[in-house]
Design a protein around this ligand. Structure first.
Ligand SMILES: Nc1nc2c(c(=O)[nH]1)N[C@H]1C(S)=C(S)[C@@H](COP(=O)(O)O)O[C@H]1N2
Ligand SMILES: [Mo]
Length: 321
């Protein structure tokens, strides 16, 4: 993959200016003599594809706030997992910018009164946009605190009118090799799919996100709409959603298919249940502490036990990992 150095890029190519300024900050950080390999892409001088940054409004303040420090924007938008754009942490920011987000429709299928499609503009009319600051924990052992913009998925579920047979919800990402270079590589069984039990999907913490830091999602974060489930590992937060299917039986997700021993359907953050290849007891907050970034304790359900614990009462969480 070609990584262009700043001198290769005429300033005219960089619009808007905020992106240019942000990049300069990355380069200054990289120039400070830090070991690039130990740093997230943001600090390592990665060239971000110019993308239109669009402010969202109005946005109301949502519930479940935290006073933890927000992960800086530069890290949230350059240290990503989005295999459709490559498997490296900085690949999505480098390769994204190619998604055609308009028109965008989501197909609602399966156990619903009537299958239907909803255009993004209409979906945005279902509920007021809220800002929700959530802790996010990746299964790989790092975490962020992100100010998402979106509304409860429950609002879309109500609009979808699932039948009494619906017990699970399956989500499907776009998988277009022309817009997503990673899809040309058979590392995962495309399209990327995820799933939730219907009560998890309806839980007020579960967000359908369209933005972060007050702006529309950039491609690397799953534009134009993605799922955010803060008490589960990050991979449940499926990006660039084009399909939502209501089903009777527990769906098999992309990661379960790829490695069933390592990734279960529930994927609840649980410091007591290790990944077969590493401990899940601690995590590293991205963007904090530089090289001396110490690990902090991972909390049960990522700190949302009070809100979601009762969803799993009586379940063996070692078996249903
Ligand atoms: N379609 C799709 N969605 C995806 C992924 C992916 O590779 N493809 N990666 C997941 C993983 S592992 C994580 S940790 C989060 C990362 O979201 P972020 O890059 O916006 O922080 O997206 C999740 N959603
Ligand atoms: Mo992840």
């Amino acid at each position: 993959m070609l990584i262009r150095k700043p001198t290769d890029i005429p300033p005219s190519e960089i619009t808007p200016r905020a992106v240019y300024r942000a990049r300069r900050r990355f380069l200054l950080a990289a120039g400070a003599g830090l070991a690039a390999s130990l740093l997230p892409a943001a600090a390592a001088g990665v060239t971000v594809q110019p993308q239109v940054r669009r402010k969202l409004s109005p946005i109301v303040r949502g519930p479940y706030g935290t006073d933890e420090k927000l992960t800086p924007y530069e890290y949230v938008t350059t240290y990503n997992n989005f295999y459709e754009f490559g498997t490296g942490k900085s690949d999505p920011a480098r390769n994204a910018g190619t998604l055609r987000k308009s028109p965008w429709t989501v197909a609602i299928e399966g156990e619903v009164k009537k299958p239907k499609r909803i255009a993004l503009e209409d979906l945005l009319k279902l509920a007021p946009l809220e800002e929700r600051i959530y802790r996010m924990r990746c299964v790989e052992g790092w975490s962020m605190v992100i100010p998402w913009v979106g509304f409860p998925l429950a609002k879309l579920i109500d609009w979808a009118e699932p039948t009494g047979n619906a017990r699970y919800v399956e989500f499907v990402s776009l998988a277009d090799p022309e817009q997503m270079p990673g899809v040309r590589v058979p590392i995962l069984d495309w399209p990327y799919t995820e799933g939730l039990r219907l009560d998890e999907a309806r839980h007020p913490l579960t967000l359908l996100a369209v933005g972060l830091y007050g702006e529309a999602l950039l491609d690397q974060n799953g534009a134009p709409l993605r799922l955010v489930v803060p008490w589960k590992y990050g991979f449940k937060g499926i990006k660039s959603i084009v399909g939502i299917r209501f089903v009777e039986r527990q769906p098999v997700t992309t990661w379960m298919r790829a490695s069933p021993r390592e990734y279960g359907f529930y994927a609840n953050v649980n410091p007591e249940v290790d990944h077969p290849r590493w401990s899940q007891a601690t995590e590293r907050r991205i963007g904090e502490g530089g090289l001396f970034n110490r690990r902090i304790k991972t909390l049960m359900f990522n700190g949302y036990a009070e809100q979601v614990g009762q969803l799993y009462s009586g379940m063996d969480l070692r078996k249903y990992f």
